[in-house]
Write a protein that binds this ligand. Structure first.
Ligand SMILES: NC(=O)c1ccc[n+]([C@@H]2O[C@H](COP(=O)([O-])OP(=O)(O)OC[C@H]3O[C@@H](n4cnc5c(N)ncnc54)[C@H](O)[C@@H]3O)[C@@H](O)[C@H]2O)c1
Length: 252
């Protein structure tokens, strides 16, 4: 099976890390479905297609069970050829560019973060499992965060909790799907230049920079390269792993 027979579905692909991941997987030969809540996803898919790759753009809220359930019908012949799922969509609400403290966190906001960052990947994975099992080959990659591994002064506790939950989910899923030739791994980015990071209050990114041995914030492409590796045949014997992509800002 070549990558041309392995459709990749990337959530949160309109911009940032998701767009870079979609572009990288497309350049590796995968037909790519870009899913996002933003209309911008159409433009992003078109710009990748302009480089000669097969893409489709869909509007999808990953936390919407009915919408995820409708994916097979929506994607038609692309769906049975699914090979790679990248659960990248995520949110990190801020108050004036700063983290929300636990004692000030409305339950509604807590629930939305968990819904998008953790329940979304569950819904997408659950939908993809029958296809990947049937094919006897599959790759699921979770985009978690360094905030799952250590406390953060920039993101709210709900964000760290959702991303730590995602790592736990990935490990359990890896154990369930290993016998079917399907691997499940996580990438844990540090501080990567994107719209999410640009929204931080003045000084926060600069303070973080001082803790990065490689001396720079990450680029979306730094993460995309690792995701592409995890999605490849070269990573066949890797499952249940969490790869830190943070320039050395976290070393377990
Ligand atoms: N940028 C970083 O430093 C960093 C660090 C660690 C982890 N991450 C994670 O990487 C992923 C991408 O982040 P980014 O920095 O590119 O952020 P971003 O905000 O620039 O992009 C996130 C994308 O996800 C989409 N999205 C949000 N909610 C959605 C939903 N319910 N359904 C579908 N799409 C939805 C957004 O519309 C957006 O296009 C996130 O999961 C984030 O938590 C980012």
């Amino acid at each position: 099976m070549s990558n041309a027979d392995r459709v990749a579905l990337v959530t949160g692909a309109a911009r940032g890390l998701g767009a870079a991941i979609a572009r990288r997987l497309a350049s590796a030969g995968h037909p790519v479905v870009l899913a996002d809540v933003l209309d911008l996803v159409g433009e992003t898919a078109a710009s990748i297609a302009a480089d000669g790759q097969r893409t489709r753009a869909i509007r999808l809220d990953v936390a919407d069970e009915a919408a995820v359930g409708a994916l097979p019908e929506m994607l038609g012949e692309w769906w049975p050829n699914l090979g790679v799922l990248v659960n990248n969509a995520g949110i990190s609400p801020k108050v004036n560019g700063r983290k929300r403290m636990v004692e000030d966190t409305p339950l509604e906001e807590w629930r939305r973060v968990l819904d998008v960052n953790l329940t979304g990947p569950f819904l997408l994975s659950r939908a993809a499992i029958p296809v990947l099992k049937r094919r006897g080959w599959g790759r699921i990659v979770m985009v978690t965060s360094q905030a799952a591994r250590m406390p953060s002064s920039i993101t709210g506790a709900y964000y760290g909790a959702s991303k730590a939950g995602l790592i736990g989910f990935a490990r359990n899923l890896a154990a369930e799907l290993g016998p079917y030739g399907v691997t499940v791994n996580s990438v844990a980015p540090g501080r990567i230049r994107s719209d999410m990071v640009a929204g931080a209050a003045p000084g926060l990114n600069e303070a973080f920079l001082a803790r990065i041995p490689l001396g720079r914030l990450g680029e979306p492409e730094d993460v995309a390269e690792v995701v592409n590796f995890l999605a490849s045949d070269a990573a066949a014997y890797l499952t249940g792993a969490t790869v830190d992509v943070g320039g050395g800002s976290y070393m377990p």
